[in-house]
Design a protein around this ligand. Structure first.
Ligand code: PHE
Length: 347
């Protein structure tokens, strides 16, 4: 007679082995393996189910019941092992990857405005308080606006004052100063009075050195109206210099020449490095040249659309980079556009 396998005993052994294996499991991979071995379709428990029909008929119900109980038990224990491993992994994460909140933080790098923008903004603020509005004008200009309408005809020797970047297209140039903006603004506002500043980049075809750049900012002032006098020019510029550099700073006007103003002048301020005593910043003179200015030439007023019999005006042009250099003791203008952060970070 064929020896019958004792399926109940097999079930008992299987359960004992499976549960003891499960107890030792510490990670997800081993757990997945355990499930494959003990619960998938070719596992021992499934094998036993298949063998039930071969057992003695009177024993089959009990074996079947037993097998179901063992299978359910393995599944329950698998679930709780899975929960146990998940918790263990979490605890490990929390203890090992713990953030020490008492460590000092890393200070993030902060951006800043370029030194030139900072100075420009201060100029805008001061002149806004004095009643001047910002007026934007183009950087690419025509010969007509940059020169002719400003009373500088072709071949006029004064053209040599501005070394110009020409383009391949005839009479299209990069503006050499902000003064052409005067004409654009007058065309827009005439015959209303004007009180504006024209800031922006200008370009010159220069040999670069410590005091010459091929591009730099200018801020142009323009006031046009009835009864505007040279006294208004002087008072406005003196007040600007005092607000920019301090109320104790002395200024002086020297006669000069520009084709678009008459009379023309240049303003000097007391050297801020030596308070006027004379040093190498001011070449021993005690004075620093800071801007060009004058009363708007009648021809320019007319070109702008104003009747020079009724209207008068003053204009000035200053260099913000030069102002920054004086204030901070910067000795090379090329630093401004070289984009070396070691320079830029200082402001
Ligand atoms: N445009 C002149 C320059 O660039 C400066 C200036 C402006 C002078 C306005 C007088 C009046 O040199």
């Amino acid at each position: 007679m064929e020896e019958k396998k004792d399926l109940n005993l097999s079930l008992q052994n299987l359960k004992a082995k499976a549960l003891s294996d499960l107890e030792k499991i510490k990670d997800q991979v081993a757990l997945d393996n355990w499930k494959t071995v003990y619960l998938n379709r070719s596992s021992e428990i499934m094998q036993i189910f298949k063998e039930i029909p071969l057992a003695n008929p009177e024993e089959r119900p009990r074996i079947g019941q037993n097998a179901n109980i063992v299978k359910a038990e393995l599944e329950t224990q698998f679930e709780s092992a899975r929960e146990r491993i998940k918790q263990a992994a979490l605890t490990q994460n929390l203890t090992q990857d713990r953030v020490d909140v008492t460590l000092p933080g890393r200070i993030p790098e902060r951006g800043r405005l370029h030194i030139a923008s900072q100075t420009l903004q201060e100029i805008y603020r001061i002149l806004a308080e004095m009643g001047f509005q910002v007026y934007r004008s183009r950087e690419v200009e025509s010969d007509e606006y940059n020169f002719e309408l400003l009373n500088i005809p072709a071949h006029h020797p004064a053209r040599d004052l501005w070394d110009t970047f020409y383009t391949t297209k005839e009479s299209v140039i990069l503006r050499t100063h902000t003064s052409p903006g005067q004409i654009h603004a007058m065309h827009e506002f005439a015959p209303e009075p004007v009180r504006i500043i024209l800031p922006g980049m200008v370009y010159r075809y220069e040999q670069m050195d410590a005091s010459h750049e091929i591009q730099f900012n200018q801020v142009e002032l323009l006031a046009v109206g009835e009864n505007i006098t040279f006294g208004d020019l002087r008072g406005t510029l003196e007040e600007f210099v005092k607000r920019m550099f301090g109320s104790g700073v002395e200024t002086r006007l020297r006669p000069s020449y520009f084709p678009f103003t008459e009379p023309s002048a240049e303003m000097d301020m007391q050297c801020i490095a030596c308070q006027g005593k004379g040093c190498n910043v001011c070449s021993g003179t005690g004075w620093l040249e800071i801007l060009g200015c004058g009363m708007v030439h009648p021809v320019v007023l007319k070109n702008g659309g104003y009747d020079p019999q009724r209207f008068s005006g003053f204009a000035a042009g200053l260099g913000p980079e030069r102002i920054s250099m004086l204030r901070y003791g910067i000795d090379d203008i090329r630093n401004f556009w070289a984009n070396d952060v070691r320079f830029l970070q200082q402001f």
